[in-house]
Design a binder for this molecule. Structure first.
Ligand code: PGA
Length: 256
């Protein structure tokens, strides 16, 4: 973290878990267990159907609500899709774009990811853009190349004045949901590489201001170490965000 230059953002990614009927109890416990949030921003990214209930439950506190996906189209005959304007209208602040699960299971290409990033920004949402390498890519030594390419393609067409609103989440695929976390220095190395790519595209001032999260089996026991790294500006947390007490402990680590 480097709070002098950029925001620390801790975001929970519920994926396809939880029920709307469980939201209130979750919110009550999270509020009771997390102290005053001073130094970071908190968000919960939930399935579409739960978003209105989450917004209601967190109305009076500093926890923002995010979606996990958004359409790349503005409006029209796209059955089953949800637009960025519809999310914004509901009071949504963040949206996860290009998560590796969407890339792997739902055919999201770099081109689609880039269109979604632009759609999110145009509607005033903050996109959390996910990038990450497979284990095979890491072992072949092409992590940097792969991540640089993903970042460049995702940011295609994003003008400098909008870039400060973009969050990048570095999520090594081999660490997601596996209990195997990147070491703090591995995470920092890639996050700092991502910042270098942003610097080459947008210059040093913008690169310094962009929040870059780490995600992949982050939990209450490893969060403090990961967040102590200079280029790791927060976390995107799957499994450990489903338990409000665990999630509160991660928030606490970011709040130090
Ligand atoms: P995990 O998921 O924390 O369960 O590894 C992170 C993510 O996929 O965003």
């Amino acid at each position: 973290m480097n709070r002098k230059y950029r925001k620390t953002v801790i975001a929970g990614n519920w994926k396809m878990n939880m029920l709307t009927s469980e939201v209130k109890a979750y919110a009550d416990t999270l509020r009771a267990s997390s102290g005053k949030v001073r130094h970071c921003e908190i968000a919960i990214c939930a399935p579409f159907v739960m978003l209105p209930r989450l917004i209601k439950s967190f109305r009076d506190c500093r926890i923002a609500v995010g979606a996990q996906n958004v359409s790349d189209k503005d409006a029209g005959a796209y059955t089953g899709e949800v637009s960025a304007a519809q999310l914004r209208d509901l009071g949504i602040k963040y949206v996860i774009v290009g998560h590796s699960e969407r890339r792997a299971y739902y055919g999201e290409t770099d081109e689609i990811v880039s269109a979604k990033v632009r759609a999110a920004l145009a509607a005033g949402l903050i996109p959390i853009v996910c990038v990450g390498e497979t284990l095979e890519q890491r072992e072949r030594g092409v992590t940097e190349e792969h991540i640089s390419m993903q970042v460049k393609l995702a940011l295609g067409g994003v003008p400098a004045e909008k870039m400060r609103r973009v969050i990048i989440a570095y999520e090594p695929i081999w660490a997601i949901g596996t209990g195997r976390t990147a070491t703090a220095s591995e995470a920092n190395e890639v996050c700092s590489r991502i910042r270098a790519v942003i610097r080459s595209l947008y210059g040093a001032r913008i690169a310094r201001a962009v929040t870059i999260q780490y995600g992949g089996s982050m939990n209450a026991s490893n969060a403090a170490e990961l967040l102590s790294m200079p280029d790791v500006d927060g976390g995107l947390i799957g499994g450990a965000s489903l338990d409000p007490e665990h999630f509160a402990a991660i928030i606490e680590a970011a709040n130090q």
